[in-house]
Design a protein around this ligand. Structure first.
Ligand SMILES: Cc1cc2nc3c(=O)[nH]c(=O)nc-3n(C[C@H](O)[C@H](O)[C@H](O)COP(=O)(O)OP(=O)(O)OC[C@H]3O[C@@H](n4cnc5c(N)ncnc54)[C@H](O)[C@@H]3O)c2cc1C
Length: 284
């Protein structure tokens, strides 16, 4: 299908993007990689009058470390995240997840900010950001705002963000003992079930754990029962086995679609929690 008519403007800076959005009077949409928005427009599920291209804004680009945290600019494409030496060395769960997204074209156009803003129930980054306890940095004409990732994903394609707000970056403390594992659709690579596990291990003991889940329900969530079952346990095969058993039972609103039934997803959550935890512990 052909989208309804729209205007296109390229923003040259963050302030320019926000000014253009204000001038659009509620009829504008930010365009990053376009790999989620354009398909929606072609289906006429989204009909913005103005697309404000934010893909080439320098302030939204790049990956850096400051004050013990890693910051990824919102317009950074998945390929750059996947091949970042900083992430591969300091927080490989993020580069691994990026490398698992879609195909070469998707990874060269799609952005981390677009993925988080769109909040597809099967997207990979939401689960990873939940596991890393990330902060989502936003800005509007009214000023900046920081949202903890636990408060960001609210429902199906629904996030804690106003239409005039732009994601500028995502920030998180690097965690080496963290891993992402997914059962994916063979055609798109979207997660049928995706599990991100981040562990705080000292002296052979799991002090705390954060587990993010995607693909299984309306939006990415944490598996808090598994997290609690792991806290204080030895970082061992036995602890992982015990904590992952019945992990899927914690999810009460499981998706069922042409790719997998609710029961299959439930069973796969157990399997992929175990795989993510095993790989995370292997990185301690
Ligand atoms: C064939 C195919 C396969 C894919 N496979 C996967 C996969 O395996 N895993 C996966 O996770 N994803 C997958 N995707 C989705 C892909 O990662 C998208 O690129 C991503 O979800 C959206 O990013 P984008 O930069 O393209 O955003 P766009 O499509 O440009 O925008 C999406 C939405 O986010 C808003 N937006 C974008 N950037 C910002 C910002 N900085 N601040 C505020 N709002 C913003 C836009 O206004 C729009 O509403 C796939 C997509 C395709 C087409």
């Amino acid at each position: 299908m052909i989208p309804t008519g729209f205007d296109y403007q390229r923003a040259t800076s963050l302030d320019d993007a926000l000014a253009k959005m204000k001038a659009a009077g509620g009829n504008g949409k930010f365009l990053a990689g376009g790999h989620s928005l354009v398909p929606l427009m072609k289906l006429r599920l989204s009909e913005p009058g103005l697309l404000i291209d934010i893909a080439r804004i320098p302030e939204l680009a790049g990956i850096r470390e400051a004050d013990g945290k890693i910051e990824v600019g919102a317009a950074t494409v998945h390929h750059t995240v996947a091949t970042s030496k900083l992430l591969q060395e300091r927080c490989p769960i993020v580069s691994d997840a990026a490398a698992s997204i879609g195909d070469t074209q998707v990874r060269n156009r799609g952005t981390i900010g677009g993925s988080l803003a769109h909040a597809d129930p099967s997207a990979d980054f939401p689960a990873v950001m939940l596991a890393l306890d990330a902060e989502i940095h936003l800005k509007s004409a009214k000023g900046p705002r920081v949202v903890k990732v636990d408060d960001f994903f609210q429902g199906l394609f629904t996030v804690n963000m106003q239409p005039d707000e732009i994601i500028t970056a995502v920030r998180f403390a690097p965690v080496k003992a963290a891993a992402y594992e997914k059962l994916y659709q063979k055609a798109s690579h979207y997660a049928i079930v995706g599990v991100a596990a981040a562990l705080n291990v000292t002296g052979g003991k799991i002090q705390s754990a954060r587990i993010g889940l995607t693909g299984a329900s309306t939006h990415a969530t944490r598996l808090t029962r598994v997290e609690q079952a792991l806290a204080g346990q030895a970082a061992s095969k036995e602890s992982i086995e015990k904590a992952s058993q019945g992990a899927g039972a914690e999810v009460t609103d499981l998706n069922a679609d042409i790719h997998a039934s609710a029961d299959y997803r439930k069973a796969m959550i157990d399997v992929f929690v175990k795989r993510a935890l095993s790989r995370a512990i292997g990185r301690v």
